[in-house]
Structure formats: structure tokens, C-alpha cells
Design a protein around this ligand. Structure first.
Ligand SMILES: [Cu+2]
Length: 143
């Protein structure tokens, strides 16, 4: 009986790589997409706000990684990139937060009121990808 269970468990384990590969295949041809996992446009939130960053169709890698189709998260707060800024490394300041270690979540302090948030992916040199990978710009209200 136990031997049968072990055989069954092992055959399931051996199947997983094939299943995973089949499921991954369509992702590779889909354009990369960045999104907020736990908040959405119009949400009312409290500060500090914990934000989880999501990405599909691209791998997360620390800044400095020189590998195609990888990147790390930047978070724009109450701002957006101008056309000139889009040609340069993404700024790093209090309105342009940078998660160069490959972090996928952050806790940020926000004053009461409305704020816009947008995720922008940076490549190994903090440059936008071609085409750029950005989330929609959402507005949240901090109580
Ligand atoms: Cu960066």
C-alpha cells in the first residue's frame, strides 16, 4: 500500500515539469505587464501603505543585471515620466522610488488625500524597456 502511494507520488512529481512548461509557453509571447497586486484605482487606503508589485511576461532581476526581458520595479508617486525622462535612467528621489534589489513589495508613507501611483519597470541600467513596461496610473485616497 505504502509502496503504491510512493509510486503514485513520484509519477505526479515527474509530470510537473512538463505541465509547468506547457503553462509557461503562452506567457513568453505575451507583452510584459506590470500591475498592482493588492490595490486598485479608486481605493481608499491607510498610511503606511503596503504595496505588492506584480509582473507578468518578464523576470525580476536586481539592477545591474544584463539579461534580456528582466527588470526591477520603480514606483512613481504623484508624478509621471516626461518624454525627456523616458530617454534617461529613471530618476531616484522621493517621488521616484527604486527597488533595485528586486523587491516585490514596499511600505510607503503617504499624507492624507489623493495620490497617484504608477509602477515602471527599469532594466539593468534603470532604463525603460522597449516598449516600456508600466502599470496603469492609479489614484488612491489616503484617509
Ligand atoms: Cu532602477
Amino acid at each position: 500500500m505504502i509502496r503504491n502511494l510512493i509510486v503514485a507520488a513520484m509519477s505526479i512529481l515527474f509530470c510537473i515539469p512538463f505541465v509547468a512548461r506547457a503553462a509557461d509557453a503562452p506567457v513568453a509571447v505575451t507583452p510584459a505587464k506590470a500591475f498592482f497586486v493588492n490595490i486598485k484605482d479608486g481605493d481608499t487606503v491607510t498610511s503606511p501603505l503596503k504595496i505588492a508589485f506584480g509582473i507578468s511576461g518578464m523576470e525580476i532581476a536586481p539592477a545591474g543585471t544584463d539579461k534580456p526581458n528582466t527588470g526591477h520595479f520603480h514606483l512613481l508617486i504623484d508624478t509621471e515620466l516626461t518624454d525627456d525622462q523616458k530617454k534617461l535612467p529613471i530618476p531616484k528621489d522621493e517621488q521616484h522610488l527604486h527597488f533595485g534589489k528586486g523587491q516585490t513589495e514596499a511600505s510607503i508613507d503617504l499624507k492624507s488625500g489623493k495620490h497617484t501611483l504608477q509602477i515602471v519597470m527599469g532594466d539593468g541600467n534603470h532604463m525603460l524597456h522597449n516598449p516600456p513596461v508600466m502599470s496603469e496610473k492609479i489614484t488612491v485616497t489616503v484617509r
